[in-house]
Write a protein that binds this ligand. Structure first.
Ligand SMILES: CC(C)(COP(=O)(O)OP(=O)(O)OC[C@H]1O[C@@H](n2cnc3c(N)ncnc32)[C@H](O)[C@@H]1OP(=O)(O)O)[C@@H](O)C(=O)NCCC(=O)NCCS
Length: 365
């Protein structure tokens, strides 16, 4: 039998046209286009690109955006169910159950035709933000806010969450966050989802597999971990002692290191720039300065300890952006999922289009 690779490191499991990563040079492309060029588009355009394989022209984008807007609402019965949830602070548990509940209200749930899958993909992308905002507000005893079809995907989410229209830069930050979170090749949640899809299970079930895998602190849960860490550090001055002590205890620092990137994660660069601009707009550099200090300390500590630096991954400066957007830490993983759902759908469809059940072997020891 083949040699076992712990954590499947370096194992190539399938071919994909959806994204490309060069972890040595720090390159990420969705459908052949560099992430730096995609970050200035709308989430609707990037979501269309991932799911349909091409950048939409003006008419296609306008029709797609209209479809998303029409499908943002969740029905009254579903709202009643959401109000019954009592999941404490693990917002992702609520989201997972709510998506399962959405499947029950979708009469195409178990239809597997390409058209049915396309319809479900629009409903999923459109409803994720509504569900995340509704769960948060109802969990805090606040009235649920209806979607506003005048607002973009990102602005509408912030509006449904907080009840006020975001500024231009806040909207841009949220839009970029969803784009940068949308896709990342065969990461753990996408792999788990492709396994589910390879058994020809339905799209909702596959997405729920993705959600369950995203939850873990070594994957999507790291963003919440970074937000909690920033609170614990508290100030730029405390950063060195905090980091050095954590390294001495051999604890992982959330938001650093990556299985594939051995250099700066290109998404982290874009987030860092957005975080810096938000710090200036809000006249409060404290979170940004603290984060930059942590980055510098870790870079040099790793050179000393291991002879090579460690770099921030996607979760580090995104957590700083969330701090400036005043997003509660418990929502970080659910918001990550709101962006990632487009990539998940694209992978689900790619798996269905050329399927062989994914079933590796294990060495018996
Ligand atoms: C992302 C991650 C899971 C990659 O894991 P991996 O490819 O298995 O990398 P390894 O854990 O083998 O890392 C190699 C070494 O660097 C250390 N290391 C890696 N990331 C570290 C971090 N964030 N903080 C401290 N040490 C770290 C590991 O402890 C390991 O040390 P060892 O050789 O003494 O065991 C890992 O870097 C991590 O746990 N990061 C923190 C969580 C996080 O931010 N996740 C989001 C990923 S996008």
């Amino acid at each position: 039998m083949e040699e076992m690779k712990k954590g499947l490191e370096g194992v190539v499991a399938l071919d994909t046209k959806i994204s490309f990563i060069d972890g040595i040079q720090g390159i990420l492309k969705y459908r052949g286009i560099n992430i730096e060029d995609l970050a200035d588009l709308s989430y609707d355009a990037v979501s269309y690109l991932l799911i349909n394989g091409k950048i939409p022209d003006e008419t296609e984008l306008s029709e797609y955006s209209q479809e998303l807007k029409k499908n943002r609402r969740i029905n009254g019965k579903q709202i009643e169910v959401l109000k019954e949830f009592d999941f404490g602070i693990e917002a992702l548990d609520g989201l997972r159950t709510a998506i399962s509940c959405t499947a029950h209200f979708d009469n195409e749930n178990n239809h597997h035709t390409p058209d049915a899958n396309k319809n479900k993909s629009i409903r999923l992308v459109a409803k994720f933000p509504t569900i995340v905002a509704a769960l948060h507000r109802s969990g805090h005893g606040e009235p649920i806010i209806e979607p506003d079809s005048e607002l973009s995907h990102a602005a509408n989410f912030l509006f449904m969450l907080k009840g006020k229209i975001p500024t231009k830069l806040e909207t841009e930050a949220m839009e970029k966050d969803l784009i940068l979170s949308a896709e990342h090749e065969l990461n753990p949640s996408t792999f788990s989802l492709r396994i589910a899809a390879s058994t020809l299970s339905d799209m909702y079930s596959a997405i729920i597999c993705g959600l369950c895998t995203l939850k873990g602190p070594l994957h999507g849960g790291a963003r919440k971990g970074v937000m909690d860490m920033l609170d614990e550090v508290g100030s730029q001055e405390n950063a060195r002692d905090y980091i050095v002590q954590k390294l001495e205890r051999k604890e992982k620092i959330m938001g650093f290191g990556h299985r594939v990137y051995k250099t700066y994660d290109p998404r982290a660069m874009i987030y860092k720039d957005v975080a810096r601009r938000l710090a200036i707009e809000k006249a409060d550099c404290s979170w940004f300065d603290m984060a930059e200090e942590i980055e510098h300390i870790l870079y040099h500590e790793f050179i000393e300890l291991r002879g090579k630096p460690i770099y921030p991954n996607v979760d580090f400066y995104s957590a700083v952006v969330y701090k400036y957007l005043e997003i509660p830490a418990e929502l970080a993983t659910s918001i990550f999922a709101m962006g990632r759902v487009s990539g998940w759908i694209a992978h689900c469809m790619e798996q269905y289009s050329d399927n062989r059940v994914i079933r590796p072997r294990a060495h018996s020891v």
